[in-house]
Design a protein around this ligand. Structure first.
Ligand code: SF4
Length: 394
């Protein structure tokens, strides 16, 4: 079915204007209470809309809510966030994942202060020029904070629109078509409320599985519901399998409780975050020599039992974990010195810019240490010494 035909098919049951009106009436009754949402009839703070929208990318409302409150307490406005150090922002972001968002958040705050006098530009086109603000976020801020006639399309809205118009082209090929159809539904007035109504409908009624069509204000015009396709749309093209990368992580612990960490390069995955020193992450697991070459301190390294697994957007990661107890005067290898390694006390770890995968690595190493009631029990008896000597069975 072509684009116009689908729009017209919907119109024959419930015009676009009627659908928008029904949706807004539903929103006025049923809207979710969210920490970043202004009460009905009051103006939204652009800073709060922007902050919440960046946090909500790839993350659930449940996960974002407490972190949003913490962020807002610490940096209540754009100027305070712009004055913060990047490391502080990354540390506060730890656990939310997709750390490029935190780097861009900080860069965007500085850009708005430096280039726009501290006030967000009000149009979708201008917002789009700022760091970390893509098509969806620009439209969401423009509509919700400034009332511009803009149409954000996130995963929830994509699903509602695909169903309402019965778009059978699989995603992601259908994205442009869905965006056009979504725009055709957006009313001239209350574009911000309308966008939030669509988000709420997708989150609470038109859910991925078992949509509650009987409660839906769009049901009179919904083609997928009429054709019995509500539960299966939108179709999705099969995704390529995620590859697996493997590596070894080194957890060096001093008697005073300090742990050796290094800063990742600013650009790329987990940029600017802290990690334990590691071998490169590659398709094949590192062999004994590779492990010995990358250990950051001269020490007896013990391989702990099991693996730490973590899934990123584009690959799975499996890390074997080596741990060593070292003296206070432990000398770093030349490579480790060049890699911006530093010692952090255990009590500082909770507030450090450590991504989830590295928290798993540290927990794994600490847990292995806790279980050591007899010499090396709970660990694979395998040792590595850096600088030339081979791995040994201990
Ligand atoms: S009627 Fe059902 S499928 Fe259609 S928009 Fe509403 S909940 Fe989604």
């Amino acid at each position: 079915m072509g684009l116009m035909q689908k729009g017209q098919a919907g119109s024959s049951l419930q015009s676009h204007a009627q659908a928008a009106e029904a949706l807004l009436a539903w929103y006025d009754r049923e809207r979710r209470t969210l920490a970043w949402r202004a009460p009905p009839g009051t103006k939204q703070d652009p800073y709060q809309v922007w902050l919440s929208e960046i946090m909500l990318q790839q993350t659930t409302v449940k996960a974002v809510t407490p972190r949003y409150a913490t962020f807002l307490r610490r940096w209540p406005d754009l100027n305070s966030l712009a004055r913060a150090e990047l490391g502080e922002v990354l540390a506060a972001w730890a656990g939310l994942g997709y750390y490029a968002r935190a780097r861009n958040l900080h860069a965007c705050a500085r850009a708005v202060v430096g280039e726009h006098g501290g006030a967000f530009p009000e149009t979708e086109a201008e917002l789009r020029q700022l760091p970390g603000i893509g098509a969806y976020t620009a439209a969401a801020i423009a509509a919700i904070a400034f009332g511009e006639h803009a149409t954000p399309v996130d995963g929830n809205i994509e699903r509602v629109v695909a169903r309402f118009f019965c778009v059978e082209t699989p995603l992601p090929a259908a994205k442009a078509e869905i965006k056009t159809l979504a725009e055709s539904l957006t009313p001239a007035m209350r574009a911000g409320d309308y966008a939030q109504a669509m988000m709420d409908l997708g989150a609470t009624i038109c859910t991925p599985r078992r949509p509650a069509c009987g409660l839906c204000p769009l049901r009179p015009g919904c083609r997928a519901c009429a054709e019995g396709l509500a539960e299966v749309l939108p179709y999705k093209a099969e995704k390529a399998e995620r590859p697996t990368r493997r590596g070894a992580a080194f957890v060096a612990m001093r008697a005073d409780g300090a742990v050796l960490l290094r800063e990742r390069p600013m650009k790329g995955l987990l940029g600017g975050m802290l990690e334990t020193p590691s071998t490169p992450w590659e398709e094949t697991a590192p062999n004994g020599n590779a492990v010995a070459d990358h250990a950051p301190v001269e020490a007896a390294w013990h391989k702990t039992a099991g693996l730490v697994a973590h899934t990123f957007t584009h690959f799975h990661l499996e890390l074997s974990v080596y741990r060593a107890e070292v003296g206070d005067d432990a000398a770093l290898t030349e490579a480790a010195q060049a890699e911006r390694c530093k010692w952090l006390q255990r009590r500082e770890l909770s507030g450090a810019a450590l991504p989830s995968v590295m928290r798993k690595v540290l927990a794994h190493a600490f847990e292995a240490k806790r279980h050591l009631t007899s010499p090396r029990r709970g660990e694979v008896a395998l040792q590595a010494r850096v600088r030339g000597s081979k791995l040994q069975r201990g």
